[in-house]
Design a protein around this ligand. Structure first.
Ligand code: HEC
Length: 108
């Protein structure tokens, strides 16, 4: 019985960590995006891939969301580190990336 409970806890833990790894909160990310990322990603400024532009994002998304998070944190090409947002928490950045990924996957 003890083993069963232990394995249940392990499986539940794995499931939960997978969900967490799947990314941030899309709704919260929209607010961050509008505040900190839209300036470039809303209009394609400086060659930024536009939000909701599936073609512009599909190859980037193939790298995996955690790679996109890394690039958002550290900067990437013309993309400034953290989108130049001094007031954004780590969670804000992760949420904004999740919003970008969501918009790319759910646009026509
Ligand atoms: C000053 C303009 C600017 C702002 C502000 C900005 N970005 Fe970017 N971003 C870019 C540009 C330009 C690229 C394309 C870089 C390239 O491919 O060379 C980019 C690329 C990206 C990528 C794709 C990286 C990859 O691996 O292909 C992500 C993710 C991203 N930005 C997230 C964000 C988030 C999240 C914010 C807001 C917190 C943000 N950006 C704010 C200009 C900006």
């Amino acid at each position: 019985m003890k083993e069963i409970i232990t394995s249940f806890i392990i499986v539940a833990g794995l499931l939960f960590s997978n969900l967490a790894a799947a990314g941030g909160d899309v709704k919260a990310g929209e607010t961050v995006f509008n505040h900190a990322c839209k300036f470039c990603h809303g209009v394609g400024r400086m060659g930024a891939p536009k939000v909701g532009d599936q073609a512009a994002w599909s190859d980037r998304i193939k790298q995996g969301e955690s790679k996109l998070d890394d690039h958002a944190f550290l900067g990437y090409g013309n993309m400034p580190a953290r989108g130049d947002c001094n007031t954004c928490s780590d969670e804000d950045i992760i949420n904004a990336v999740s919003y970008i990924v969501y918009m790319a996957k759910n646009s026509k």
